[in-house]
Each structure stands twice: as structure tokens, then as C-alpha cells.
Design a protein around this ligand. Structure first.
Ligand code: GTP
Ligand code: MG
Length: 221
């Protein structure tokens, strides 16, 4: 017989408490106010969308567990406030983040111009190996487009970021963006593990080289 769940405990709290995962990645969504960060997260985590704009105060997070590359990955996704006045609070959360979604709105040149500043914030406050995906949101508003896709692709390439255009409203590329970020983090993690392994092998080799040759045959063993 299945145990009845406590009706007072929501799915989100159960997800957050779930210890059954292989990796946990902390990721942040950043970008100017009203580009659609909260909407993007709600689309991804709850498959919901509302056209009402309730600007985020400070910072909030949701947890979602996914299967990727045969691993159970628990994502802790932090949704930051885009408004300048919360900058001190939000940048405090950059440390320890393994990935960032840096978002602008394809109908707002101003939000795109701010991408460079956001990239600088990442460089200043986050871990060096943090992975970044640039996301041009509101792709459903093609008629109001102010930012050509080629411009954004060029900036992304210059900054070394992956790039997607997406729509939280029409659910275009939302899952793909998160999947890509998770893949990039996994790749980076594997690189670090392999790098460390080869580094320790090299260090061991150096130690052996430094050992005085004790036997006649020239063997340092
Ligand atoms: P802050 O919390 O102030 O930083 O803003 P935000 O980036 O979280 O923006 P939010 O998700 O609250 O969205 C701002 C407005 O844009 C809302 O009215 C949303 O409904 C709308 N919006 C978000 N994503 C899309 C989208 O993909 N297409 C369209 N047409 N509207 C969107
Ligand atoms: Mg918000």
C-alpha cells in the first residue's frame, strides 16, 4: 500500500528535500529587469506562464531534478532581481554558482547592451570555471525585435558563451537552454577531474624523477 503524502508538503519542498541525486548544480538566472527571468524559470519548473509582471524582490529559487547523461542532476535554480537596487544582494549569490543563464529581451536593445556589464559581474563575482549561456528571450515577439540574432551570436562568441533565442511564453528552447547548461557544467567537471588526475600523475612522475638513483641499474624504484 502506498503511503499517503502529507497534503501540507508541496512538490517543491519534496524536490528540495530529495537526497536521491548524483550531482547538484547551483545555477543563476541574471539580466535586466523584465527580460523574463522569472517567467523562464516558471516555464521550466512548473510549465506555467503569466503575462502579469511582478518584479522579483531580491532573490528566489526553485529546485528541479532531471536525468541527463545517465545521471540524476538536481538543479538549484536561483532567480535574481534585475533591478539595480538589489545588485549587492544578488551578486553575493554568484559565488558557488556553476552556471549562469544571462538573459536579455530580443525586443529591448537596452537589455542587450547591458549584457557586457552582466558578463563583467560574472567575471568579478563568480568561480572562474562557471559556464554561461546567453539567452535572448521573447522570441514570440518577432515583429517587435530590436536585437538582430547575428549581433547576439557575435557577442556570445566573443564572450565565449553558448547562445539561444527562446520564449518563455511559447515554450521555445526553454528545456534546451537548461539541458545545454547542464551539459556544459558536466563537461567542465569531467575536464577538472581528468586534469587533476593527470596533474597528480605528473606530480608523482616528478617526485619519482627527484628521487636519487640508488641501484646500479639506474632504476629509481
Ligand atoms: P525582474 O524580476 O524585475 O528582474 O524581471 P524578470 O526578468 O524576472 O521578468 P518577468 O519574468 O517578471 O517578465 C517580465 C514581463 O515579460 C512579464 O509581463 C512577462 O509576462 C513577460 N514575458 C516574460 N517572458 C516572455 C516571453 O517569452 N514572451 C513574451 N511575450 N512576454 C514575456
Ligand atoms: Mg523576476
Amino acid at each position: 500500500m502506498a503511503l499517503a503524502r502529507d497534503p501540507g508538503v508541496g512538490q517543491e519542498q519534496r524536490d528540495a528535500a530529495d537526497q536521491n541525486f548524483d550531482y547538484m548544480f547551483k545555477v543563476l538566472i541574471i539580466g535586466n529587469s523584465s527580460v523574463g527571468k522569472t517567467s523562464f524559470l516558471f516555464r521550466y519548473a512548473d510549465d506555467s506562464f503569466t503575462s502579469a509582471f511582478v518584479s522579483t524582490v531580491g532573490i528566489d529559487f526553485k529546485v528541479k531534478t532531471i536525468y541527463r547523461n545517465d545521471k540524476r542532476v538536481k538543479l538549484q535554480i536561483w532567480d535574481t532581481a534585475g533591478q539595480e537596487r538589489y545588485r549587492t544582494i544578488t551578486t553575493a549569490y554568484y559565488r558557488g554558482a556553476m552556471g549562469f543563464l544571462l538573459m536579455y529581451d530580443i525586443t529591448s536593445q537596452e537589455s542587450f547592451c547591458a549584457v557586457q556589464d552582466w558578463a563583467t559581474q560574472i567575471k568579478t563575482y563568480s568561480w572562474d570555471s562557471a559556464q554561461v549561456v546567453l539567452v535572448g528571450n521573447k522570441l514570440d515577439l518577432e515583429d517587435d525585435r530590436q536585437v538582430p540574432k547575428e549581433d547576439a551570436q557575435r557577442v556570445a562568441t566573443e564572450l565565449g558563451f553558448q547562445f539561444f533565442e527562446a520564449s518563455a511564453k511559447d515554450n521555445i528552447n526553454v528545456k534546451q537552454v537548461f539541458d545545454k547548461l547542464v551539459d556544459l557544467i558536466c563537461e567542465k567537471m569531467n575536464e577538472s577531474v581528468n586534469g587533476e588526475t593527470s596533474q597528480s600523475v605528473n606530480q608523482k612522475a616528478d617526485t619519482l624523477k627527484d628521487k636519487p638513483v640508488t641501484s646500479q641499474g639506474g632504476c629509481a624504484c
